[in-house]
Design a protein around this ligand. Structure first.
Ligand code: NAP
Length: 275
């Protein structure tokens, strides 16, 4: 696969947080394929550099910055990397996130904060740092959320709360900055294949493998990445991925007690789905 300087996004610059792995990496790959320059981000220098080299070898324009997105000064450095490398910023996708596998009653308070912060401030701080440039380019902001933000999910309290906050934040920013020309959207992702080494936090804050998900329920990372990029290009307000996600949305809005009954039943029958 080679660089596409005549692609539909040629001349644009996309910054994707948490893109050293998983869905973020594949989203960066799609932006690159369409001609955008991409800025990668993550916490692990070696893995980030490995991803940068892989995308550069495919012919894409790519820069990278190790930055903790819950640290505002680090986010300023991240945005400076985009401007120093490519001179502008058109697209921000806040994808970095820590998930959990822990019931609220068991969770250490600092673990709750870590998960919540990564999902809320992990979007707020990159956006605060990037906003002046996005106002200039009349660019696009997409918060990556989850279908579990459309409803509660046992063993996901801080994660669900953080992801749900992003939908309200996007709505408020759309209203506050209605005349700015900047797009604010949210993508609610459903079950997706994970990198083998993906970890989430348990109640004590230790990284553990993600709970079992039936493979037939999962979309590929490439499919999800293509949907995210389409959402950005169409400047959609909300995209809910998967039939299950859309079903949750309808049931939660129209028949919330039925929705709760189904979740409680699944919690009794499919314990390893949550724990
Ligand atoms: N996979 C799914 O089934 C699914 C379902 C719904 C929603 N989502 C959402 O989709 C997005 C991507 O998920 P994924 O499955 O691709 O997960 P992933 O492979 O764990 O990717 C998340 C990335 O974010 C990085 N990250 C975490 N905290 C960070 C921080 N403070 N600063 C900078 N980078 C940070 C991680 O880096 P380290 O590994 O170095 O910590 C990792 O590279 C997330 O927002 C997730 O909530 C995923």
């Amino acid at each position: 696969m080679s660089s596409n300087s005549a692609g539909p996004l040629a001349g644009q610059v996309a910054l994707i947080t948490g893109s050293e792995s998983g869905i973020g990496r594949e989203t960066a790959r799609v932006f690159g394929r369409l001609g955008a320059a991409v800025v990668l981000n993550g916490l692990q220098a070696e893995r980030l550099e490995h991803t940068r080299q892989a995308l550069a070898a495919e012919g894409y324009q790519v820069a990278a910055c190790v930055a903790d997105v819950t640290d505002f000064a680090a986010c300023e450095r991240l945005v400076a990397t985009a401007i120093d490398s490519f001179g502008r910023l058109d697209v921000l996708v806040t994808n970095a996130s820590i998930s959990q596998r822990a019931y609220f009653a068991d969770m250490q308070p600092e673990v709750f904060r870590q998960v919540l912060d990564s999902n809320v401030y992990g979007s707020v701080y990159p956006l605060k740092a990037a906003l002046p440039h996005l106002l200039q380019s009349q660019g696009s902001v997409t918060f990556i959320s989850s279908i579990s933000a459309l409803n509660g999910m046992p063993s996901g309290s801080a994660y669900c709360a953080g992801k749900a906050a992003l939908a309200n934040l996007a709505h408020t920013l759309r209203l506050e900055l209605a005349d700015s020309g900047v797009h604010f959207g949210v993508v609610h992702i459903g079950f997706t294949q994970n990198d083998a080494d993906k970890r989430v936090l348990n109640a004590a804050g230790r990284p553990v493998p993600i709970a079992h998900r039936p493979p037939r329920w999962q979309k590929s990372q490439a499919e999800v990445a293509a949907i995210i990029v389409r959402h950005v290009r169409q400047r959609r307000r909300r995209t809910v991925i998967s039939a299950l996600g859309r079903l949750i949305l309808v049931v939660h809005s129209l028949l919330p007690r039925v929705g709760d009954w189904v979740v409680l039943l699944s919690q009794r029958r499919l314990r390893n789905f949550y724990e």
